[in-house]
Design a protein around this ligand. Structure first.
Ligand code: GTP
Ligand code: SPV
Ligand code: MN
Length: 590
């Protein structure tokens, strides 16, 4: 075991270099086999990295507790090391590549002494897809290896696909835990070298280098160069009772509802409607020969937010995580099961919290960390879309942007055309969540939900979007949604989750040339009678009006906020978006 070396000499040479630098006790080449997985799970338990859960209740499930100082992405220590600061742009932290390589190599020197260095080969995307990418992640964390096995198409097939050609393209990822010290934590991207180096963390998006690092930051850079899109979007299929199927892709910021929307279960009134999941976090999209936009999910699993997940809110996620799941930072019950805030039923009388301390319902602190996560193979999803492995991807009828906004943003509106839609995406904002370290609940601009994930200058990213529209002879329509609008007492006005089907149906109707709407300065907004609200509980006509309202005072503030954001990005904002801003101001009478 651990001997499965690839034939490609460029890979062997690079791994050898990293071995000389980090000086591990041994090198373990992963093949992705069942036997290897069993061995690593056993080894993880032996080392105390994993806790085996009650196998009768949760077959194949394990619990990992991360260091309490290491529970989320660290945006302030995430860097784009492009040759110039201008290439990284106004929204990224930048460091000069040679300087950063020097600093990181200093930190990695001897870092794996006495430890095993794992080499993880993986494919992102359906292997036959023209968009598929191959990566290798070197790591000294068993937890990372086991997670990568769930989240990617990991193992010998990746090395085989790379082949022996010396110039075959692959992503080089190096990860070391070091001493899990926030002061020595850096997530560095070298887009021009297709290289990622991550040190000092053992958590999620910081260390599963396939995910945010490769599939978004590096891929967005490649996508710009090669004429496609790498986006922080879920992809779902929606089939109506008459058998017509549409696909939509939706960008919501971290912890703002992508996984839930991707697995939505329609309310009883929508008998015959079926929702299927292609992806829950990332979409790679290219233009098809028919001039439509086609999307693939580069991932193989879901790294989902646990708190709030229940049979009531997301039964498909609950069924998925009944087995083969790696839980991180949830609570442990006395019978070897897991628990979190928002799970169905009563809290356990006693539990061990995410830090490993005794917990009872009387405890002041949460049992599960707000950013606790599950990692589960997508094959466990009962509503996995049958086209998920299609190398060509699925045709996208609508693109949806959305954020967590307690006010201002109506439940849904439609952009007038492509450029207006790009403006809507570019100016979207959301309240911050526990998915990244820092304050929670503050409204910040998060263009296309890509603020932390765009691997190059955001102005060029906007320009790339603007250029993509005219290349699509049959472009998707663009919408904005907000499930999170609140009343004066701070209560959500919209029940969300399954009831989001009502909004999705309107979106699909609009794509099919049906569906009524009222015109407003910000776009087309449905009137209450344009939405199918039959069987909707707890939303009075007055609440419905509040959900759909475009309030002039709120929009005056919103317009100003969007303007301030664009100012902060100058001189990089494309003229087309400044035009859109002026036109919106005009429509709002400002
Ligand atoms: P990342 O994995 O961080 O990218 O998050 P995500 O966008 O996939 O978010 P997810 O679906 O995991 O939801 C995050 C949180 O929002 C969870 O606590 C959900 O329960 C909650 N949530 C999701 N959809 C809705 C909704 O329609 N209404 C309300 N009120 N909450 C929701
Ligand atoms: C996100 O923060 O958007 C996530 C979780 O999907 S992480 O993998 O940690 O980035
Ligand atoms: Mn995400």
């Amino acid at each position: 075991m651990g001997e499965n070396k690839p034939a490609n000499k460029a890979v062997l040479d690079w791994v050898h270099e990293v071995e000389l630098l980090t000086q591990p006790e041994n090198v373990f080449w992963c093949d992705g086999s069942e036997a290897e997985n069993d061995y690593l799970l056993g080894e993880g338990c032996r080392q105390g990295v994993l806790l085996k859960l009650n196998q009768e209740k949760k077959p194949g499930c394990y619990l990992h507790r991360s260091n309490p100082n290491d529970v989320a992405r660290v945006e302030q220590f995430t860097l784009i090391c492009a040759p110039t600061k201008e290439e990284a742009g106004p929204t990224n932290n930048w460091a000069e590549p040679a300087t950063m390589y020097g600093k990181l190599h200093g930190m990695l020197k001897g870092a794996m002494r006495g430890r095993t260095m794992y080499v993880v080969p993986y494919i992102m995307g359906p292997p036959e897809s023209p968009l598929a990418k191959i990566g290798f992640e070197i790591t000294d964390s068993i937890y990372v290896v086991l997670s990568m096995r769930i989240m990617t198409r990991m193992g010998a097939q990746a090395s085989a696909r790379l082949g022996e050609k010396p110039d075959a393209e692959f992503n080089r990822g190096v990860h070391s835990l070091l001493d899990i010290n926030p002061e020595r934590r850096f997530i560095c991207h070298f887009p021009q070298d297709n290289t990622i180096i991550s040190v000092g963390s053992g958590y999620g998006g910081n260390v599963l280098l396939s995910k945010k690092c490769l599939a978004l930051r590096i891929a967005s850079y490649l996508a710009k160069k090669q004429g496609w899109l790498a986006e922080h979007m879920l992809i779902l299929g929606v089939e109506s009772p008459d058998g017509k199927k549409h696909y939509v892709a939706a960008a919501f910021p971290s912890a703002c509802g992508k996984t839930n929307f991707a697995m939505l279960i329609p309310p009883p009134h929508f008998a015959g409607w079926k929702i299927t999941t292609v992806g829950d976090d990332i979409a790679w999209m290219q233009i098809g020969r028919d001039g439509r936009l086609y999307a693939v999910n580069p991932e193989n699993g879901y790294f989902g937010v646990v708190p709030g997940t229940s049979y009531k809110s997301n039964a498909n996620a609950m069924r998925s995580i009944e087995r083969d799941t790696l839980f991180t930072n949830v609570a442990l019950t006395s019978d070897g099961d897991v628990w979190w805030e928002g799970k169905d039923g009563d809290p356990p009388a006693a539990a061990i919290d995410w830090r490993g301390r005794p917990w009872t319902p009387a405890s002041k602190e949460k049992a599960a960390h707000p950013n606790s996560r599950f990692a589960v193979p997508m094959r466990n999803n009962p509503v996995l879309d049958p086209e998920v492995d299609d190398p060509a991807g699925v045709p996208i009828s609508a693109l949806i942007f959305g954020g967590r906004r307690s006010n201002t943003m109506p439940l849904v509106f439609q952009a007038a055309d492509w450029n207006h839609g790009v403006y809507v995406g570019a100016t979207m904002a959301s309240e911050t969540t526990a998915a990244a370290t820092g304050a929670v609940g503050q409204v910040r601009r998060d263009p296309m939900a890509m603020l932390p994930f765009c691997g190059y200058n955001i102005g060029d990213y906007f320009r790339h979007w603007l250029k993509t529209g005219p290349r699509l002879t049959n472009p998707p329509l663009i919408f904005h949604v907000n499930w999170f609008r609140k009343d004066a007492a701070g209560k959500f006005l919209w029940p969300g989750f399954g009831d989001n089907m009502r909004v999705l149906q309107w979106i699909i109707d609009r794509c099919a040339g049906r569906g009524g709407a009222g015109e407003s300065p910000i776009g087309s907004v449905p009137r209450p009678e344009d939405l199918d609200l039959a069987g909707l509980e707890g939303v009075s006509p007055e609440m419905m009006r509040a959900l759909l309202a475009v309030n002039p005072d709120e929009w005056a503030r919103e317009l100003a906020g969007q303007g301030i954001f664009f100012e902060s990005l100058q001189p990089y904002v494309p003229e087309e978006l400044l035009d859109e801003h002026r036109e919106l101001a005009g429509r709002l009478g400002r």
